[in-house]
Design a protein around this ligand. Sequence first.
Ligand code: IMP
Length: 424
Amino acid sequence: MIYIVSGTQWGDEGKAKVIDYFAPDFDYVVRYQGGANAGHTVCIKDKKIIFHLMPSGILRENVVTIIGNGVVIELAELIKEIELISNDIDISNRLWISKKANIVMPYHKLMDKVKEESTKKDIGTTLRGIGPCYVDKMDRLGIRIEDLYLGKDYLKQKVEKAYALKKYLFENYYKILDLPAVDQMVDELLIYAERIEKYVADTEKILQQAHKERKNILFEGAQGALLDIDFGTYPYVTSSNTISAGALLGSGIGAFDIANVIGITKAYITRVGGGPFPTELNDEIGEYIRKQGNEFGSTTGRPRRCGWFDVVATRYSVNLNGVKEIFLTKIDVLDGLEELFVCTKYKYEDGTFDDYFPANSTILEKVKPVYVKLSGWKEKTFGIRSYAKIPDNAKRYIEFLETMLEKKISYISTGFDRDDVIVR
Ligand code: IMP
């Protein structure tokens, strides 16, 4: 059985908790796109640790985790995470890294930085070198994990080739003097190579075999559909396919093998970095939601922009993902608000209305959200684990979203605890 868990907004929908919730039923948890731009907090023996690359299931002893070919890997970060976990938990034979995954090189991070600076942080990337690494992958200049094991001369040649044009630009256009040297980068890569060698594998083969043996496999999406490189609010997106289809490309499994796609949807909406956000709240309610929901980026610490639930945007991504059921998260953050607004269509400059998400950033900047007002609830949903016990107005809110999204909301998260979940 293969499940894909995918974010339906601009990321940060609470995917890590959902994966943790499902993990006991799964034998494998797979990451398939993105890199250290993602982040999720986990607790190991009362220590709070933020993982950026490690799949969420790593803390469950019976789960094998895979970092698929679609992920871009910052090796220093990955090794840091492996060491942090290995202090407390044995992960031998429980982590496999694809030979075909691309490596984020120091020049990718530098390129991310200079590009952001020269465009006045327009996109507001996480500065983890994600975009430039995917650019090299598509330009066939990527350094892949497998390249680490084909001899130093071969590796040096590959790095020299990939770096040549960038080095020229850094020196002559961006006037950067303190540049990483090829020999130094290669030496570092070879040290990293030794540290991760025992985890490197043909991960697609492992997965295909696992599927043949009827193992349960869970695909863990990073970011959200509205940040998808093709379907998101381009160019204010990340550089990978964040929708569920990315799971196939980023891991090597077949489309007909997917049993379920669960769309993770926050009860309101947030976004980090630049880009259009029709329902954004730049007022005390936005501030309230940010505070209640602790909406600060786990990779960059930036305050997340907060807004009302946007049906137009979320329905668009529910359909792109082929979502079968929805896991609604953070409903408790809305506890105590007197009234709630849900955007059901957009009004355009020419006075027309539409409920299909235009995705184009220039158009989206100008639309006005049209809201339906719903009553809030004074009582708490926080920590409640039975649908019958949540306030009537919370039920009305959930059922309204369900009707508008045309998908069943099968799970509702009501708090931090792994078990603070209502199953409907
Ligand atoms: P990049 O992925 O670092 O290139 O950043 C591109 C855009 O995606 C920026 O607006 C980031 O804030 C956003 N982004 C990247 N990763 C995440 C995430 O995990 N959650 C939310 N936004 C993200």
